[in-house]
Design a protein around this ligand. Structure first.
Ligand code: HAS
Ligand code: CU
Length: 560
């Protein structure tokens, strides 16, 4: 691979700090991520206010001519596509290098990855801001966006491939220097995450290149919505584990260390990640139980594997709580549960992440309800689903990433966190705000309130919704206050935070560590092959049927 010229300043800094490039690349990725979250989060506040009859879209019509639906597109795209992807690429760049304890093999490529993805982001941002891509984050046809929206997103996704290429080259170099040794856990998990993601992107790559880009740029007369949706969920389901696994990396390798203890079991952690590698992709049809034209048999098969993918999260549940218990007891905690109080609750990086875990336990429970065919028919396309994914991506992932930033920022910037008190306030506000928001969204869903709808202007609002809606607003405003605390803390840390060396990055050691890891849990190829075979079995017949019976002549529409 050609070495791409890297900025001279970074080259000089490398002499002083072995990981200077990785730190800069990670820092810039994380900056873009939080800028996206700031704007995307603000859109969320407008939505919840609209639900409650306070329509702030009217006074800003000149800025957001597409109103609620343009705001919702910004909310979805910025929060779940841009914030997550940029944060993950930044975080995994840093974790891979520090866990291998060597810089990435091709640092020019690390810079290129960042610039390439940012270019894609800018290309996609223009049509969204001009109200020419008000298609929400799922961009289901026949809703049609300006072609540059699809092009920009495709570039962002392709950009992530370069990180995997860099990781694999670094892995090969590390193996040459350390024959027979087990790959360090955090690096191993980072590579598994990116490998799973690259397999998962097959669906969206075909959707973009074959169905959407030619249609949007006027090269094809129409497209096929059902095939497009199916290819979208091929990627759209495993993308949730692409968001989740970096949070799990932190729960396994950083949180036990922050808690002052050890990871309970490294072999079990590896089993969990390898199961995600095999089972994350071939289950996307659980988003399409209500879609006609797809065989019930394959919906059933995807249901069975969805229940299967619960297992690696349950392993994580056990392993992470056992690690916390070990930490609590080593800090002098006693009793069946009293050890919990011995944990370092005054440490924002720890508290935020454990709150994220607690909320996720409930998000996982609503997930299994979504996955059950007959219960899905009750909750599909209702506010329940928004309740579910705010506990998962909005808590397990977003809150963990905020907590991780409290840990990362001192390493990346050489400055101590400005205020621990504000960090703790942020964690509590998010926890309480999210409990309100998600609980009442679940209730509203059960009461039949649809999702993705301008409820504040709907003529059919039921009296029972009216009693529940104000609580979603309370939750939304508390989370907004939490986000403001976070923002202030970040800005103050970067500008006036005390200059302080954070010391070398170290990850948690394990009670049962690398010495207990059998060779098959340190390999990738057999697991990647199993994943590809399973995906081909679970998706092959459905995709073949849809591709051969599709109409490909449906024109687009842009109602907003
Ligand atoms: Fe989901 C819809 C099923 C997990 C995100 N999901 C969505 C959508 C999003 C989303 C964004 O089967 C909406 C998409 C759209 O726009 O239409 N989901 C599941 C299942 C799981 C699951 C079975 N989802 C996630 C994760 C997400 C996410 C993770 C983002 C990051 N989901 C569905 C289904 C639908 C769906 C259907 C379609 C619904 C429809 O009709 O449209 C499972 O993977 C969940 C497993 C999780 C657990 C929890 C483990 C808990 C842990 C923490 C333990 C530690 C603690 C700390 C408690 C089993 C690991 C203790 C502390 C001490 C101090 C002791
Ligand atoms: Cu899913």
């Amino acid at each position: 691979m050609a070495v791409i010229a890297r900025p001279r300043a970074a080259a000089r800094a490398d002499v002083a700090d072995r990981f200077a490039t990785e730190k800069r690349v990670a820092g810039l990725n994380i900056l873009v991520a939080f800028l996206a979250l700031a704007l995307g989060g603000l859109m969320g506040v407008l939505q919840v206010l609209q639900y409650n009859g306070i329509d702030l879209y009217k006074p800003i019509k000149a800025i957001l001519p597409g109103g609620y639906y343009q705001g919702l597109t910004l909310h979805g795209v910025l929060n779940v596509l841009v914030f997550t992807t940029f944060f993950i690429v930044g975080f995994l760049t840093f974790v891979t290098a520090t866990s291998f304890n060597r810089p990435l093999v091709n640092r020019g490529l690390a810079w290129f990855t960042f610039y390439f993805m940012t270019a894609g982001l800018l290309i996609a941002a223009v049509p969204i801001l001009l109200n020419q891509a008000t298609v929400m984050f799922t961009f289901y046809p026949p809703l049609k966006a300006n072609g540059f929206f699809y092009l920009g997103l495709t570039i962002v996704v392709v950009g992530t491939y370069f990180l995997l290429a860099n990781q694999v080259m670094t892995l090969m170099a590390w193996r040459r220097d350390n024959p027979g040794a087990r790959v360090p856990l955090a690096a191993f998990m980072s590579i598994v995450t990116m490998t799973m993601w690259v397999i998962a992107t097959f669906g969206i790559a075909v959707e973009m290149l074959v169905l959407l880009l030619p249609w949007a740029f006027g090269l094809a007369p129409g497209t096929d919505p059902l095939l497009a949706r199916t290819l979208f969920w091929f990627t759209g389901h495993p993308i949730v584990y692409f968001w989740l696994l970096p949070a799990y990396i932190s729960w396994y390798t950083i949180v036990p260390k922050l808690a002052g203890g050890k990871l309970f079991s490294e072999p079990m952690a590896r089993v969990s990640f390898l199961l995600f590698l095999v089972m994350s992709v071939p289950i996307g049809l659980h988003h399409q139980y209500t879609d006609p034209g797809i065989s019930q048999i394959w919906k059933l098969v995807h249901f069975i594997f969805t229940v299967g993918v619960f297992f690696p999260s349950l392993l994580t549940f056990f392993n992470v709580v056992a690690s916390l218990e070990h930490a609590g007891r080593s800090r002098g905690g006693k009793g069946w549960l009293a050890w919990i109080f011995a944990l370092p609750w005054n440490e924002p990086a720890f508290t935020t992440q454990v709150f994220a875990m607690m909320l996720f336990a409930f998000g996982g429970a609503s997930g299994v309800i979504n996955a059950s065919y007959n219960l899905n028919l009750v909750v599909h396309n209702t506010a329940w689903i928004s309740g579910h994914f705010h506990l998962t991506v909005g808590s397990a992932v977003a809150l963990t990433f905020m907590g991780l930033t409290y840990w990362l920022l001192p390493h990346l910037s050489g400055r101590a966190l400005w205020s621990r008190g504000l960090g703790l306030a942020q964690a509590w506000l998010w926890l309480i705000g999210m409990i309100f928001f998600s609980h009442f969204m679940h209730m509203l869903g059960l009461a039949g309130m649809p999702r993705r709808t301008m409820i504040g202007s709907a003529p059919y609002v039921l009296p029972e919704w009216e009693g529940l809606l104000p609580f979603t607003m309370i939750g939304g405003l508390l989370m907004f206050a939490s986000a403001l605390c976070f923002l202030v803390n970040m800005v103050m840390t970067l500008t006036v935070g005390k200059r302080e060396e954070a010391g070398p990055v170290t990850f948690a050691r394990a009670l049962s560590g690398p010495e207990d890891v059998p060779a098959f849990l340190d390999r990738l190829t057999p697991w990647v092959l199993s994943a590809i075979v399973l995906v081909a079995i679970n998706y092959g017949p459905t995709l073949y049927f849809l591709a051969t019976t599709g109409r490909f002549n449906i024109p687009g529409m842009s109602p907003w």
